[in-house]
Design a binder for this molecule. Structure first.
Ligand code: NAP
Length: 236
């Protein structure tokens, strides 16, 4: 099986890459920095998903034959500033939308054109896409847009199963960034600060395993749905 993973160099994407490399699958990664692995089944390209005009060329470098990916994780994402929306300029919003939404739109367009389309696409969303907490402006709006992007592309990829998946809290660089921001100013952060080291914020390897374990079950739900992993598949 060929697995395309965006944002495979760190965090959740790196953990997903390791799982599929360990299973003997072909892993195709797109990040700005390469994953430091010597593995014959790993093919990677350095690309900045902010530079949306270069995405098509990067994908062509990654897949040089008619074979495309069977499974896709649209995982790359950036948090942007935690700040009041009225303190956030439009250029910042645009940069976050480029990585979290428009890069994924372009990858989906490329997948629509492939002679052989993937069986499953997982876009990594967030609970922030629906919670609307103070301070989460650019990230929340981008993930809400991602949810709708996936719902809409489900019509255009009728033979592929798509899910916008909120994975729950994961102890990655993104959470380290969140821990630098005061929960006094942004109260919703307190729960995240407190979750470090607890079962509710597992390391990326554990979170990636949880995601992989629910992939078949996700296919029984309507294509295009937003699914919160913690609610749909609670850990017993
Ligand atoms: N961590 C959490 O608690 C949590 C919770 C809910 C949802 N999520 C979502 O899970 C996904 C993975 O997050 P994470 O926590 O693993 O984050 P992370 O540790 O910060 O990793 C982000 C990945 O995205 C890549 N990336 C970022 N900007 C990029 C760009 N401009 N071009 C290409 N690649 C770029 C990074 O690679 P390079 O820096 O090498 O480019 C890296 O591989 C994200 O979509 C995030 O929104 C995370």
């Amino acid at each position: 099986m060929n697995v395309l993973i965006t944002g495979h160099s760190r965090g959740l994407g790196e953990a997903l890459a390791d799982i599929y490399l360990g299973r003997g699958d072909g892993v195709f990664g797109v990040s700005r920095t390469p994953l430091q692995r010597e593995h014959g089944s790993l093919t990677q390209v350095s690309a900045d998903l902010c530079a949306t005009a270069t995405i098509d060329a990067a994908l062509k470098l990654l897949f040089t034959t008619r074979d495309g990916p069977d499974l896709v994780f649209l995982n790359a994402g950036i948090l942007g500033p935690i700040a009041a929306l009225n303190d956030t300029d439009v250029a910042t919003l645009q940069r976050i939308m480029d990585v979290n939404v428009w890069a994924n739109k372009l990858i989906l367009d490329w997948l629509v054109q492939r002679p052989r389309r993937p069986q499953q696409i997982i876009a990594i969303s967030s609970g922030a896409s629906v919670s609307g907490n103070f301070g989460w402006g650019p990230y929340a709006m981008s993930k809400a847009s991602l949810n709708m992007l996936i719902r809409l592309y489900a019509h255009e990829l009728p033979d592929t199963h798509l899910t916008a998946l909120a994975p729950g809290l994961i102890d990655t660089d993104m959470q380290s960034q969140i821990r630098t921001v005061s929960a006094v100013e942004f109260p919703s952060l307190q729960r995240l600060h407190d979750a470090q080291g607890s079962e509710s914020m597992p390391p990326a390897q554990v979170a990636a395993e949880q995601i992989c374990q629910c992939l078949e079950a996700l296919k029984t739900l309507p294509s295009g749905d937003f699914i919160d992993l913690r609610k749909q598949f609670p850990i017993p």
